[in-house]
Design a protein. Structure first.
Length: 347
């Protein structure tokens, strides 16, 4: 009898998926975050077969022959390529539920708060197609706030700024619900794009997405640093067409990414502007919590503090706070049911 109860625990083990533009994290009930991979799928265009998913596929970006494409199926936080998203989800579920063909988990998927009903339906459908028994939706800022350990159910204002790959979510949460929120499609990817555009303009150098991302991680900053490091950047010269190396400092790079950073700060200001005065007072006391991969950009917390005059804290593990929050919804399903958006599937 003991055996059957353990197998029952394994079949359809509930999971939470943070389906992000840059990375997808999977949280399994009772196990924690078991998978954290880039949201990239490499496909053979002639046969339509999936060659690689995640880290392996990310290594192929910008390096593939004609018949292979490495695509990012999510753009701006929403599904841009439905088939590829479904394949990716299915692959990740199989990674987690190895050798268990009967696995039909309940699934909580995170979506941006500014998502339309059609986009939301696409996310749910991808979850069902990938083999879920029930799909629940949770809004990303809510999951991020729960994951960052904020008291979301209390009658106090909590402000969360989640800077991801495709979207920046800013929300004020109180009594288990979102009071005001704003979702802007300016985030990590736009910072990469502005680095590419700036290098093209200033140095006539063409960069790939991966190089731009590496520059952001090593040199990027949103506020002047005590020491401004420099680095050698390799790319293709647009005039001669040959590879070339240039030296770029972090002060120059800060200039390059000023526009997307400004848009993110604008979103925070607009949300504060729409916040009821009582809650604005609470936020002044408690401060703003910064999470998501963008929270790792050096000086972003300083810059926000400087621009808003409010205390800013970076969440403990900014990259996985959305996954932890969604995971908490799975662990305490009954208690946190109210934050989930659910509907009965219509066949």
């Amino acid at each position: 009898m003991a055996l059957s109860s353990t197998t029952a625990g394994f079949i359809g083990r509930d999971m939470a998926v943070d389906l992000g533009t840059a990375n997808t994290l999977v949280y399994v009930r009772g196990k924690g975050v078991v998978l954290d991979e880039p949201s990239v799928v490499a496909m053979n265009t002639t046969t339509g077969e999936v060659l690689a998913v995640g880290h392996e596929a990310k290594r192929m970006i910008g390096r593939t022959p004609d018949n292979i494409t490495a695509i990012r199926p999510l753009k701006d936080g929403v599904i841009a390529d439905f088939e590829a998203t479904e394949q990716m989800l299915r692959f990740f579920i199989q990674q987690v539920h190895r050798r268990r063909y009967m696995a039909k988990p309940r699934m909580v998927i995170c979506v941006p708060s500014g998502i339309t009903a059609v986009e939301q339906r696409a996310v749910k459908e991808a979850g069902y197609q990938a083999g879920a028994r029930r799909v629940y939706i949770v809004e990303e800022p809510m999951a991020a706030a729960i994951g960052a350990g904020l008291p979301v159910h209390e009658a106090t204002g909590n402000m969360i700024v989640d800077v991801g790959g495709g979207t920046t979510e800013v929300a004020v949460i109180s009594l288990g619900g979102i009071v005001t929120s704003m979702s802007v499609r300016t985030a990590g990817d736009d910072i990469d794009q502005s680095i590419i555009a700036w290098m093209k303009k200033e140095y006539s150098l063409m960069l790939g997405e991966r190089t731009a991302e590496e520059m952001k991680l090593t040199l990027g900053s949103a506020f002047p640093l005590p020491s401004e490091p420099e680095a050698e950047i390799r790319g293709r010269d647009m005039v001669s067409g040959l590879p070339r190396t240039v030296v770029v400092s972090s002060a120059e790079l800060r200039q390059a990414i000023e526009e997307p950073i400004h848009n993110i700060i604008d979103a925070v200001r607009t949300t504060l502007d729409q916040t009821p005065p009582e809650l604005a007072g609470d936020i002044m006391d408690r401060g703003i919590v910064l999470t998501g991969g963008g929270a790792l950009l050096r000086g972003l917390d300083e810059r926000l503090r400087h621009e808003t005059g409010m205390p800013v804290h970076v969440a403990e593990d900014p990259l996985s706070s959305v996954a932890f929050g969604a995971g908490k919804c799975v662990e305490e399903f009954e208690a946190l049911q109210q934050v989930l958006v659910s509907d009965v599937r219509r066949f």
